[in-house]
Design a protein around this ligand. Structure first.
Ligand code: NAD
Length: 249
């Protein structure tokens, strides 16, 4: 049996909660062998691994900091060692350190750029070597509508997410001849720990401005990721797709 006879292999960064957890669950349900990373939630990772494995899923959680060059190369090497290939990389991990520009420290700027943009660069670089060799692969970057329209109090986060748009389009052009497709999803408002930091007034204001009148569930983001990872998305590359209930219209 060759590796191509086996299940397709995906790596999802930040896979223990929120949108990342929903992506892990969806890809497992679609038959992928899934590797997922976390930085500090070892207990949650172990619980999830037990639950998903007991239900017949093929999943491995790894402690790996996407903002570290050493960890980024090591996790790609580990996935290939353990599963023989890498078909899909989902750069989902992300952080916020919000504040108005006048009060934003250089540390809060650097931390968000390092995790949300440089981390994606590092993983794309390590993964694309494997995918180019395979002559196939999908890279799906988690952007945000804030990277397109901006948001007061998030110059660091919106700059990183805007950077992902340029990275996605450039890399799509670089890798197309090797059948490696690179796309970016731009969710609007999704109910997770990240947006749990908003107060009720902010949440109500956000919801009021969404034509569909509600936040997205994590599953609604995961199902679009799963489509971009599927055979049906074989002619899509360099795209930035809003998943925002019409918010950016
Ligand atoms: P979350 O805070 O619930 O989860 C983020 C995940 O990333 C966690 O599992 C965390 O452990 C992981 N992570 C953080 N830093 C990491 C690092 N250095 N290395 C590895 N993993 C790390 O957030 P979420 O709402 O599920 O967001 C997931 C992605 O979707 C992020 O990129 C976020 O910017 C993006 N997004 C979220 C929303 C939203 O409304 N929630 C909207 C648009 C985009």
């Amino acid at each position: 049996m060759t590796h191509s006879d086996l299940a397709k292999v995906a790596l999802v960064t930040g896979g223990t909660r929120g949108i990342g957890e929903a992506i892990v669950r969806h890809l497992i349900a679609d038959g992928f062998t899934v590797h997922a990373t976390y930085v500090s939630s070892a207990e949650r990772a172990e619980k999830l691994a037990q639950e998903l494995t007991a239900a017949g899923g093929r999943v491995v959680f790894h402690r790996s900091d996407c903002a570290s060059e050493t960890d980024a190369q090591a996790i790609i090497d580990t996935v290939v060692e353990q599963s023989g290939r890498l078909d899909v990389l989902v750069n989902n991990a992300g952080i916020t350190k919000d504040g108005l520009l006048m009060r934003m420290s250089i540390d809060d700027w650097n931390a968000v750029i390092q995790t949300n943009l440089t981390g994606v660069f590092l993983l794309c670089k390590a993964a694309s070597k494997v995918m180019m060799r395979q002559r196939s692969g999908r890279i799906i970057n988690m952007g945000s509508i804030v990277g397109l329209g901006g948001n007061a109090g998030q110059v660091n986060y919106s700059s990183a997410k805007a950077g992902l748009v340029g990275l996605t389009r450039s890399l799509a052009k670089e890798l197309a001849s090797r059948n490696v497709l690179v796309n970016c999803l731009a969710p609007g408002y999704v109910e997770t720990d990240m947006t749990g930091k908003l107060n009720d007034e902010q949440k109500a204001a956000f919801t009021a401005s969404i034509p569909l009148g509600r936040a997205a569930s994590t599953g609604e983001i995961a199902s679009v990721v799963a489509f971009f990872a599927s055979d049906g998305a074989s002619y899509l590359t360099g795209q930035v797709v809003n998943i925002d209930g019409g918010l950016a219209l």
